[in-house]
Design a binder for this molecule. Structure first.
Ligand code: NAD
Length: 290
């Protein structure tokens, strides 16, 4: 396929490289410049989109996505599928998809989980919202960049799944960190707590697959001095999107709000650039209040 790829940062670059390596013809645009093996340069977002079968975007936020789609929509050819893989607010995802539909173009929101490692390995999971026909059109490309693509429902459903998952992840990571920090202060060996929790009712991914204690459980960023992984500021971004969506929907999310406040404090206190599981060493140092 002829593909345009807009936004070639930490995630977009390896995703575009994998598409090119699979034999697709890929041109890219990023105002910051890029050098991606097998991917040609386009001078603008419109040039990257023009006459392509598929246009992918991997951008920082919803405001930039809306701005990029203003250039992409008039340039894209009828019949092209637009695939936005960025994590953005639900409102922006729905707005750009509606504009695409009005312009006669198929569009899906397809945010990912799996991080940079998953993007490099081509093992991302895509959470997709949009018309089934557009999903079917995009599917072969999603399966080059990832190992799983789940059609979650109508436009915006991919972003909803992503922010709900990450709200739960942020909350569960804080819970895991609190449990290990408390156990340590009470003199319990973290290996013992891991052995119990990982096969008990407290089990969760933050403990069993991504344990925040170095040397405990499978290898995780904690074993590499908390290098991300999934950076704390990206978790903060996703918790913010969760709170934005919860406010718009009138949903009570007290733990989601508390998790966001904690990550805000942690990121400002030196957590930026560290893995989100580095909440544990930070929490350990916090005084008990109340
Ligand atoms: P990044 O900052 O490395 O890349 C974003 C790229 O977009 C940059 O290269 C930037 O120059 C480019 N860009 C900015 N404005 C642009 C414009 N107007 N036109 C074209 N390109 C423009 O970020 P990333 O880590 O690659 O993340 C991209 C998206 O994926 C974000 O929405 C993020 O939340 C999501 N995400 C990231 C991860 C991760 O682990 N990094 C995991 C899952 C999802």
């Amino acid at each position: 396929m002829e593909i345009g790829f807009i936004g070639l940062g930490n995630m977009g670059a390896p995703m575009a490289r994998n598409l090119a390596a699979a034999g697709h013809s890929v041109v890219g645009y990023d105002p910051a410049g890029f050098a991606v093996e097998g991917v040609g340069h386009a001078g603008s977002a419109a040039a990257a989109a023009a006459a392509r079968d598929a246009v992918l975007t991997m951008l920082p936020d919803g405001a930039i996505l809306r701005q990029v789609y203003e250039a992409v929509l008039p340039a894209a050819r009828p019949g092209a599928v637009l695939i936005d893989c960025s994590t953005v607010d639900v409102e922006s995802a729905r707005a750009v998809a509606a504009e695409a539909a009005a312009a006669g173009l198929a569009a899906i929101d397809a945010p990912v989980s799996g991080g940079v490692a998953g993007a490099v390995a081509g093992t991302l999971t895509f959470m997709v919202g949009g018309p089934p026909a557009a999903f079917a059109q995009a599917r072969p490309l999603l399966h080059v960049m990832g190992s799983r693509a789940v059609h979650c429902g109508a436009t915006g459903a991919g972003q909803v799944a992503k922010i709900c998952n990450n709200m739960l992840l942020g909350i569960s990571m804080i819970g895991a960190c609190e449990a290990f920090a408390l156990a340590e202060k009470l003199g319990l060996d973290p290996h013992s707590l891991y052995d119990v929790v990982s096969t008990s009712s407290g089990a969760c991914w933050s403990v069993t697959s991504y344990c925040p204690v170095p040397g405990v459980g499978p290898t995780s960023p904690a074993d590499h001095d908390y290098r991300p992984g999934f950076a704390a500021e990206l978790m903060l971004k996703d918790l913010g999107l969760g709170q934005q969506a919860a406010a718009a929907a009138g949903a009570a999310t007290p733990l989601g709000a508390a998790a966001m406040a904690l990550y805000e404090t942690f990121v400002a206190a030196g957590g930026r650039g560290r893995d989100f599981s580095a909440m544990l060493p930070w929490l350990r140092e916090q005084p008990r209040t109340g």
